[in-house]
Design a protein around this ligand. Sequence first.
Ligand SMILES: Cc1ncc(COP(=O)(O)O)c(C=O)c1O
Length: 399
Amino acid sequence: MNPPASKATRAVRAAIESDTQHGAVVPPLHLSSNYAFAGLGQKRRYDYTRSGNPTRDALADALAELEGGAGAVVTSSGMAALTLLTQFLEPGDTVVAPHDCYGGTYRLFEQQSLKGLFDVEFVNQTDLETLRKVCARTRPRIILTESPSNPVLRISDLAAIREIATECGALFAVDNTFLSPALQNPIDFGADLVIHSTTKYINGHSDVVGGAVIAATDELAERCAYWANVIGITGAPFDSFMTLRGIRTLHPRIRQHEESAAELARLLEAQPNVGKVYYPGLESHDGHALAKTQQRGFGGMISFEIDGGEAAVRAFVENLGLFSLAESLGGVESLVCHPASMTHAPVSEERKAVAGVTPTLIRLSVGLESTADLVADLHVALEAARMAPQLSAVATAGA
Ligand SMILES: Cc1ncc(COP(=O)(O)O)c(C=O)c1O
């Protein structure tokens, strides 16, 4: 018997040669919205694409396998995956979420709690004592963790949060978008549910918006599949086809993202006009030691503080040639983002300050361009940022 294949190999081989009709090597794309019954009362495996589709199932199986789950549901976006998570909540239930979670997650929980659908507590989950106290008081139905968090890459202790979830009888859900299953498997640390925006590293080419919930048990997987169909948030077959294609290169992509990100983080840390650099691979990062215990790498995302106020932020983003000023992350192309005015715009100023989303915080999604080119590009933008406050002072004096 052949030895069990690694996850990198299984990602490449997912659903390869699964076509029984023609022996197609790559699984075919099934766009049909509906499936004929074999006869009256004789439903085949599939009847209607909202509830089930072979192409989407191939992606779901691959995701469940890569995350080590019992099953997965592919959704139309990462936010749809988080909406699916809220189906586990009843009025009066509490969800505990990170105080620095993705802005869209924050908005979803805040707005739905304002409608009375459930209660929410936003907590700094790196502070386990506070988290334990909040959970003892509110007895949450769900604890949602993002590790690393978006955008300052705080690392939360997954095993310790699992214990707290057990103490208060909560489901433990982890948004694993920032690392992908190539670098972290929250189910290994006791997560019940893993959330992904597959829009990011999993698809990896910035041409699909999608999401997934991976469940640790069959029972949770069935409940997710049931509710995804009820509320109509399952992903489209074409998007699933594209995302399955993306998954095949996930592991080598992540390796290259990380190699460049590590170099850029070190470069940033050495700059006189750069303040704090948030990259879990740096020894100076608060979560470095913890990240080494629960991650297989540090990923391709970096955030940092730039000196010189708004003029420096503007000069930096405008003088980059290889980083597009755009939201999202995890694609082959490098991106730069100003979280305060972009990804975290839905979050109140007060909460942004608490979460560390300052006006001078810049986030980079390091892509697959050559590392040397990215280094050279960053040098140009950093020099422009260094000069910017002086130039704007001269301009103001001359005005
Ligand atoms: C950590 C995290 N979770 C969820 C989402 C939402 O995903 P989507 O944009 O696919 O709806 C995002 C989007 O940026 C994210 O960064």
